[in-house]
Design a protein around this ligand. Structure first.
Ligand SMILES: NCC(=O)CCC(=O)O
Ligand SMILES: [Zn+2]
Ligand SMILES: [Zn+2]
Length: 341
């Protein structure tokens, strides 16, 4: 061996698997290393529609997000659609005095904000895919997600019947997809039956919030939707945060009842459940819901210069893809429509 080549040889036996950096030293390589990229069509944007037609109100705890009235929503969404927004999830916020009752009649009031919004957006933005959240909490006087017995516990049968009726009425009004977030046992089956009876099952996507955990991350949403329960909490129907086994059972059940897609909510704190869902429900699209509290925390950290907002948002959302999600409900949607250009 010449003096010249010897200096290029490692002193010891080379470990050919030890060097990884050659695989990601260039920006293009870093893209090649991600199994999947974020794309605009994965994003579903939550919107809040109230029953005061001209409303446009900032929500202090939910940065950059406003509650809109029916006269304001089209002009807000139109530029986003032009930038590539494909889909929204609609939340109704009835605020008029006396509009809430014990069965949540305002949810599917033909003159109420949700039905009016569905009809308006179908007409004015026909290319936009409309998913509608189905729950009773925004519309009931007690603020719970179902119908209650007199002792305040949940009447499952009445709740599920009511929720199936609401979902069917949204589909009749033109919703492409209904997304029950109430967590009542057995509602997917009843919603599917309701849609079948109405002749709408073949064109309505049932997106189940299968694994929705109770916890401390929904505060800003409750400010936006005015939907905090007036007494008690939601721990008897939303899943306990440490209950992985319950989540697995809920995933299996909703899939067996005919769900077309599955939501895991919240997202960053529940990536293991997202991975479980992508394995258990591997034939269904899995959707991560990056909820209001997660979004607000990232904003708060960015304001304190603890993180860079864009970098941390990409990092969080890449996590969902890695865990197996194909869709993302995110308040960052307008930003990603810019960032993904
Ligand atoms: N059904 C929607 C929620 O309950 C809350 C979502 C959020 O906190 O963004
Ligand atoms: Zn609810
Ligand atoms: Zn909800």
């Amino acid at each position: 061996m010449s003096k010249h080549t010897a200096e290029f040889l490692p002193a010891n036996e080379p470990d050919l698997k030890s060097i990884l950096q050659g695989g990601y030293n260039h920006p293009l390589l870093r893209e090649w290393q991600s199994e999947r990229q974020l794309t605009k069509n994965m994003f579903i944007f939550p919107i809040f529609i109230s029953d005061s037609p001209d409303e446009e109100t900032k929500i202090d705890s939910l940065p950059n997000i406003k509650r809109y009235g029916i006269n304001k929503i089209v002009s807000y969404l139109k530029p986003l659609v032009a930038k590539g927004l494909k889909s929204v999830i609609i939340f109704g916020v009835p605020m008029k005095d006396g509009c809430k009752d014990d069965v949540g009649s305002a949810a599917d009031d033909p003159e109420g904000p949700v039905i009016q919004c569905i009809k308006l957006l179908r007409k004015e933005l026909p290319e936009l895919y409309l998913m509608v959240d189905v729950c009773l909490c925004e519309y009931t006087s007690h603020g719970h997600c179902g119908v209650l017995y007199e002792d305040g516990t949940l009447n499952r049968d009445l709740s599920v019947r009511r929720i199936a009726a609401v979902a069917t009425n949204y589909a009749k009004a033109g919703a492409h997809s209904v997304a029950p977030s109430d967590m009542m046992d057995g509602r997917i089956k009843d919603i599917k039956l309701g849609l079948m009876n109405a002749g709408l099952a073949h064109k309505t996507f049932v997106m189940s919030y299968s694994a929705k955990f109770s916890g401390n991350l929904y505060g800003p949403f409750r400010d936006a939707a005015c939907s905090a329960p007036s007494s008690g909490d939601r721990k008897c129907y939303q899943l306990p945060p440490a209950g992985r086994g319950l989540a697995v059972r809920a995933l299996r059940r909703d899939m067996d009842e005919g769900a077309d897609g599955i939501i895991i909510k919240p997202s960053t704190f529940y990536l293991d459940i997202m991975r479980d869902a992508s394995e258990i429900c591997r034939d269904l699209p899995i959707c991560a819901y990056h909820v209001s509290g997660e979004y607000a925390m990232l904003h708060a950290a960015a304001e304190k210069n603890v993180v860079d907002l864009k970098t941390i948002a990409f990092e969080a959302h890449y996590g969902f893809l890695r865990a197996g999600a194909r869709l993302i409900i995110s308040y960052f949607t307008p930003e990603f429509l810019e960032w993904l250009n």
